[in-house]
Design a protein around this ligand. Structure first.
Ligand code: ZN
Ligand code: ZN
Length: 367
């Protein structure tokens, strides 16, 4: 059943932003923002939000889908160009300024729109709907929980076969296996290209899996996530094939303690920077400050990377309903790296870990 109230509430929030931005209407072009404000999940469609009206601008391929997914929004099924449809939808509505999404609209589309609109002036706004999306409602939290559970189920299936299922197989093959398991468990897609980094490759935080064959004694960093009902999860574990390489035991423990300190610092009112600092202090005190060269985490929702950013010195404060990753790492070039990543929801008085995979090093050894 479609919960109209959710979209009424979200549109009201958009209208408050419009008022602040002094625009009479707002054109949402980011598919995630169109979905967030209307429930429509198709492509190539814009949402035009006025002070007291809203229109979904779509085409014939999506007319039926729009009717099913968002019967509460009037759809305009366009035959001609999108920019002319925007012009026609605004005709007679006395809109002087039209807000656009400056973060996602292309320069070319803006030029075409400007030309088509004639008298209506365009005003780029930035990150408006994205800021609303940072705080999740109960339905969104439930979807993220399902995305986490689905990714975890797939990971458990992947490691259930033990070292035998890793040795002699390429990083790419392991990534494909994990993505297949996620699909079997109900994911519509992977939230991003799965990272499987064996041995020294794990020192590259954004490594792309290749043809390297995994050997006994390798540490393998696996960063993965599932999309379920449009919402993403994002997790990282390092598994050890047969044995733990000597250099890894110590850095693994430091990262684990750093992550625990970070998760403990997550609560409403805390600044993002203070959460980063809590984890970073553990890693710096152990002498690896330089080897942790990225922020502690990021928001998670319809997109796998959204606000807030748990980066160094970020002053934004956490609010109940936000969902963030906590993912410290230590990367030693030529040796390898460890990152442990979990998804955490900010609650009314602290934090709730959404992910349940073990973080204990003993549990990460594949026999
Ligand atoms: Zn990740
Ligand atoms: Zn992440």
């Amino acid at each position: 059943m479609i919960n109209r109230k959710i979209y009424t509430r979200r549109l009201s929030a958009v209208r408050r932003l419009m008022k602040r931005g002094r625009v009479g209407a707002m054109l949402l072009t980011s598919p995630h923002n169109v979905r967030y404000c209307s429930g429509f999940t198709g492509e190539d469609s814009f949402l035009l939000v006025g002070r007291r009206w809203v229109r979904l601008l779509t085409d014939g391929r999506f007319a039926e889908q729009a009717r099913i997914e968002c019967p509460h929004v009037k759809a305009i099924v366009r035959a001609g160009r999108m920019v002319d449809t925007v012009r026609d939808a605004l005709a007679g509505r006395k809109v002087r300024f039209l807000g656009i999404e400056g973060d996602s609209m292309t320069v070319a589309l803006r030029a075409r729109l400007e030309k088509a609109l004639g008298g209506v002036r365009i005003k780029p706004l930035s990150g408006e709907v994205e800021s609303l999306r940072q705080v999740k409602d109960a339905g969104e939290l439930a979807a993220i929980r399902r995305a986490v559970r689905t990714a975890e189920k797939a990971f458990r299936a992947l490691v259930a076969g033990g070292a035998r299922n890793f040795i002699g197989r390429s990083e790419r093959r392991i990534a494909a296996e994990l993505e297949y398991q996620m699909r079997l468990a109900g994911a519509s897609a992977a939230s991003f290209e799965t990272i499987v980094a064996a041995g020294a490759h794990s020192a590259l935080p954004h490594y792309r899996p290749g043809g390297t064959k995994i050997r006994r004694g390798d540490a393998v960093l696996i960063d993965f996530g599932a999309v379920v009902d449009g919402y993403c999860s994002d997790l990282t574990r390092v598994v050890f094939v047969g044995t733990i390489p000597p250099k890894f035991a110590r850095i693994y423990e430091i990262v684990r303690l750093g992550q625990a300190a970070g998760i403990k610092a997550v609560r409403p009112g805390a600044t993002c920077g203070s959460v980063d600092a809590a984890a970073r202090a553990v890693i710096s005190d152990a002498g690896y400050g330089e080897a942790f060269a990225h922020g502690l985490g990021h928001g998670l929702g319809l997109e796998v990377h959204e606000g807030p950013s748990l980066g160094r010195a970020v002053k934004q404060r956490l609010r109940a309903g936000m969902v963030v990753t906590v993912e410290p790492g230590i990367y030693l070039p030529g040796v390898g790296g460890v990152r442990i990543e979990d998804d955490v929801a900010v609650t009314g008085d602290g934090a709730e870990k959404l992910s349940t995979l073990s973080r204990r090093i003993e549990d990460m050894v594949l026999r």
